[in-house]
Design a binder for this molecule. Sequence first.
Ligand SMILES: O=C(O)CCC(=O)C(=O)O
Ligand SMILES: [Fe+2]
Length: 436
Amino acid sequence: MLCLSSPPVPVTCRHLTVSDHHRPAGTSDTRRGFYHLQWGTDNKSSQLHTTHKHPSRLHSSKSSGARNPTIMASAAAAAPDSDRAALLKAFDESRTGVRGLVESGVSTVPDLFVHPDPYATVPLAPPGVSIPVVDLSLPAPLAAAAAAAAARDWGFFYLVNYEALVPADYPAKVLAAVRAFHELPAPERATHYGRAMGGGVSYSSNVDLFRSPAASWRDTIQLGFGPMRLDTERIPPVCRSEILEWEVHTTAVASAVMALLSEGLGLPEATLEEASCLEGKVMVCHYYPVCPEPDRTMGLVPHTDPGVLTVLAQDGVGGLQVKHTNEDGESYWVDAKPVPGALVINVGDLLQIMSNDKYKSVEHRVVMNSCEEARVSVAVFFNPGKRGESVFYGPLPELASSENPPKYRSFTMSEFLGVFFKRDLASKALIEHFQL
Ligand SMILES: O=C(O)CCC(=O)C(=O)O
Ligand SMILES: [Fe+2]
């Protein structure tokens, strides 16, 4: 099925780089920033400053011995761009992330993290609305039908009864280990801090810190598991073995889900796996610290995941929301509440393209809540692992017919990635770029 020269019809795909896994979605409320620096940028950052009308609320500290004095000393006036750049630099050089701000006693959300109106654009879902559940213990045809319906109608689902693939103490063990890292004493954390993916691993706050118009309330360890090999010694020791183990378990889960989703397309269950979709892997271990003013910032801005499939484990705190449009065309944010024993699975842009729009890659975001506890989540993004200039991606050829013509043109992965580097495309959905 993989094609080695320019194809007459689009064929299936191959790789993403180890750290490329997000894109900004195309709707207006998503242009404020996006998760991964390498997926592009947003040049509208100056807009943010015009919304900062209450400088006295922007920076404050209950503690005179704060660790980030520069960030907090600028309370006197809303920051012009040059000051903002200096504040960002000071924040980054503190090397302790948002957690460091909280440790130093901030009692308001600093200016850098204020989002103009995190909640304005789309309402919350009515009570009782939830993303669907797929039970992996059902007979394969039933599970495949449920997964396909969920991927088509929601782009998201809870996966339950996956115990045959994952030891009973996971994912709790990896979530606890990631929390332990982010809650290490600041000087210890700081020794790991850095934006470069040295050896395939980085720990920093806001991968797009210097490009997004507003920073988010989140620190992240990021690990590239493939196609390049990661230097395991670069993983902080306090969470190393758990992260390595979780990578193995999520791969087993993703393999099972890809089989269901292939079957749901009416194709052999090995289809997505044979297209190398298990081979490019990025894991992000997020920590969303307790926030003094949860409604003035965001944990993660609305975005879609650009790869094939995402497997997410979250702790009990909550904050993930999925955008859903119902049969009447009404859109709202649905809480993907933590469900004990459930993983959250979502479709990425590449799978939407490969499935010729049968499956949907939908926007999601993380809002801060007023819970007393910091939130931890671990997402693993599965992308095609193989690459090459003569290898093309697009709707799976088996799905295209005269009644169902391909909705996307084929493209190489370097073109796919290149789209993200073009500023003028930053506000346009990736998927639209390849639409026929
Ligand atoms: O933390 C979460 O629940 C979501 C994370 C996410 O969407 C991402 O990293 O792409
Ligand atoms: Fe995401």
